[in-house]
Design a protein around this ligand. Structure first.
Ligand SMILES: Nc1ncnc2c1ncn2[C@@H]1O[C@H](COP(=O)(O)OP(=O)(O)OP(=O)(O)O)[C@@H](O)[C@H]1O
Ligand SMILES: [Mg+2]
Length: 475
């Protein structure tokens, strides 16, 4: 790995040199004594990180910050400030600094912060790269919004979904999207339609679970006047409305037997008959269906027609659960952070290391939808410069409300938990919590203080949780 570049700005030579000596093993260091030198270096060198004193003889570190952040390739900025002038540091963060450290400096803290800043930068870069990739794809396929770009994720599983969607979209093939609730089935249906070349506004969505069988039938196929009690007007159904476009039948596992027969006919003959009419009407409609049930097992139970299943299952898209692709959690979180910060008129704040670890290790039974809501909660609840565990919903919030310091970088035990999750299919959250705590204790030779720190919770919370969980009959 090539090392990251760091620019140290301080008007005191001893601080500059001391920091350079301490950090040059880890970073490619540059030093500057004033704004002019600093900006010169920022323009000529590929600087990743800027560590600057807020008070520079004759200059203000705040001005340097403003100028540095206005450059085409701004660095991630960390401010150094004298103990007791935290207000100014907070003001610097409001202006876009990433974080601050107080003087006298604790070198471990400085290094920890620089490493974290670097990680936040690489995340940002990932996001930008992803946006560019998606933009390219979009340009190549000549599509606009709601295409693949709305599908965030670069895990192999999501890349496969992206490939599948691009390949199948321009065809007429019927697509069956299966997956747990909240995995993005509807998003995929939209993406397929947007990339299909069919008129963008001709996507009709019908939720098959929301209507009674009779209403569903007339919703889909329309009816003639007087076809049944209450049918006072002729009605054009969704299939006819979607002619030339796409129909998305959500919750397809819920449709009754009679409608299943009619649907089979549409797929086979490409004609529909309105309820109360024998005259077939030709329709050219691309059919996409989705379900969070296993359609094949509904077939074996006799609840779904096998012939219809085969017609619908021409191309099957199986959406991965979020816990099976935890590498996407961070990327999705960043996107949602941005979305909800903009929506709530708040600046985009970073997530603390512990919050990130917790987000990655949680099993997300509600998948992406649940993560999205959790991040919205975090954005709304945080008035601090960072979003910590205690800002997230209670099921993620195992801390006492006090952000712990020095975030230990120990995602390992979370990773282990994740793996065991996948292999054991364990979704009892209390059991998971207990196992996580037990692992932390094993890891720290039963030292409760260290275990609590490892988990990002206070010792008191750990004691309480252990007591509660050990008495929980379900665990
Ligand atoms: N890969 C993704 N990238 C960005 N947002 C996503 C992704 N997957 C899902 N979402 C978001 O998560 C939420 C749920 O997605 P969606 O409605 O498509 O799920 P679903 O599988 O249809 O769920 P259900 O079975 O409950 O209907 C939406 O807000 C959607 O925008
Ligand atoms: Mg859905």
């Amino acid at each position: 790995m090539t090392s990251a570049t760091l620019l140290i700005v301080d008007d005191e030579k001893s601080t500059r040199d001391g920091l350079r000596m301490a950090l040059e093993d880890r970073f490619d260091c540059y030093v500057a004594a004033d704004i002019k030198q600093a900006i010169g270096l920022l323009k000529s060198e590929p600087i990743d990180l800027l560590l600057t004193d807020l008070r520079l003889a004759g200059d203000s570190g705040m001005d340097l910050l403003d100028q540095a952040l206005a450059l085409p390739r701004p660095p991630v900025a960390i401010m150094m400030t004298a103990y007791g002038s935290v207000d100014t540091a907070v003001e610097a963060m409001r202006r876009g600094a990433w974080n601050f450290v107080t003087k006298p400096l604790n070198l471990d803290e400085v290094e920890l912060l620089l490493n974290r800043a670097l990680r936040s930068r690489s995340l940002e870069k990932d996001n930008v790269r992803l946006e560019h990739e998606v933009q390219d794809l979009r340009e190549k396929s000549g599509t606009s919004k709601h295409g693949l770009e709305s599908l965030i994720g670069k895990s192999p599983a999501m890349q496969h979904i992206g490939d599948l969607v691009s390949q199948v979209a321009p065809t007429r093939a019927t697509v069956l999207i299966e997956g747990e609730s909240g995995t993005g089935k509807e998003l995929v249906a939209h993406a397929i339609h947007q990339l299909s070349g069919r008129p963008a506004d001709k996507l009709l969505v019908v939720n098959c679970a929301a209507l009674s069988p009779q209403l569903l039938e007339s919703e889909l196929f329309g009816h003639e006047k007087g076809a049944f009690t209450g049918a006072t007007q002729k009605r054009i159904g969704r299939f006819e409305q979607a002619d030339g476009g796409t129909i998305f039948l959500d919750e397809i596992g819920e449709i009754d037997q009679a409608t299943q027969v009619k649907l089979l006919r549409v797929l086979g003959e490409r004609t529909i008959e309105r309820v109360g009419s024998n005259t077939p009407v030709n329709v050219d409609v691309r059919v996409i269906t989705a379900t969070n049930q296993n359609l094949r097992s509904l077939v074996s139970k006799g609840e779904f027609r096998e012939d219809l299943f085969f017609r619908l299952n021409v191309v099957r898209v199986l959406m991965p659960t979020l816990r099976a692709r935890s590498e996407d959690v961070i990327l999705l979180s960043q996107a949602f952070l941005r979305e909800f910060s903009l929506e709530n008129n708040k600046e985009i704040k970073p997530l603390s290391d512990q919050a990130l670890a917790q987000l990655r290790s949680y099993p997300w039974p509600g998948n992406v939808r649940e993560l999205r809501t959790a991040i919205e909660h975090g954005v709304v609840m945080s008035n601090d410069p960072i979003i910590g565990i205690h800002h997230l919903p209670y099921f993620l919030n195992t801390a006492d409300g006090a952000p712990s310091t020095g975030a230990p970088d120990t995602p390992q035990i979370f990773e282990k938990k994740e793996n065991s999750l996948a292999s054991e299919g364990e979704f009892n959250l209390h059991a998971l919590e207990l196992r996580t705590i037990q692992r932390a204790l094993q890891h720290t030779d039963d030292n409760r203080t260290d275990a609590a720190q490892l988990l990002g919770i206070s010792r008191r919370t750990l004691q309480r949780k252990l007591k509660e969980l050990q008495n929980d009959p379900q665990v």
